[in-house]
Design a protein around this ligand. Structure first.
Ligand SMILES: [Zn+2]
Length: 203
């Protein structure tokens, strides 16, 4: 049999039995995990950032490796949140850490949010996919969050303030939405042009 599997951004063709496939796949995953943990972050206006992410069916080793890579990538980039969409993986997985000390990791798999009350919070938002730009966005202040953790267990949170804002920002990524979508068309165009110019210069 011929099998094709995806290891990170690589497509690997494996010829052999199903059992061989599993063994080789596990080895490749281990190798990939050790070899490349910091992933490339897509930047606005990359169209891949507009992809609607699919729900995670099973929280297994593959997802836990993805989480490790995402944390590594987020901490390296000095971000407070990263959605899988931003590293071109279109599954509903988010990692966050809004603590000063960078020691309070939060994992959200298949997150769902409900708004509680109608108070709004204005916050200057930035994004690893829109580097160098900070703009004020208004969002609901209090939310109820339901998600799975790295073991696939369901949990609930009722955060407010920065954490509530950050969770909504990351959830938007999973739905192909960016914080620049909340700005005026003029502002968004200006940011787009500046980033496109930077991308041209660095390519
Ligand atoms: Zn972002």
């Amino acid at each position: 049999m011929v099998y094709t599997v995806n290891i990170g951004k690589f497509k690997v063709v494996i010829i052999g039995t199903a059992r061989m496939l599993t063994a080789v796949y596990t080895l490749l995953l281990e190798f990939h995990h050790k070899a490349m943990t910091i992933r490339t972050i897509l930047e606005f206006p990359d169209p891949r950032l507009r992809t609607q992410a699919a729900s995670v069916g099973k929280v297994d080793k593959r997802i836990r490796y993805l989480l490790d890579d995402m944390f590594e990538t987020m901490y390296e980039a000095k971000g407070i949140g990263l959605a899988a969409t931003q590293i071109d993986v279109h599954e509903r997985v988010v990692v966050m850490d809004v603590s000063e000390e960078r020691d309070t990791p939060l994992i959200l798999i298949n997150p769902e949010v409900e708004f509680i009350g109608d108070s709004q919070l204005e916050h200057d938002e930035g994004c690893l996919s829109v580097p160098g730009f900070y703009e004020t966005v208004s969002r609901p202040d209090c939310i109820r969050l339901r998600a799975l953790n790295e073991k696939g267990e369901s949990f609930e949170l009722e955060p407010d303030g920065l954490l509530a804002v950050c969770i909504q920002h990351e959830l938007d990524h999973l739905n192909g939405k960016l914080f620049v979508d909340y700005l005026s068309a003029l502002k968004r165009q200006r940011i787009r042009k500046k980033l496109e110019k930077l991308h041209r210069q660095s390519s």
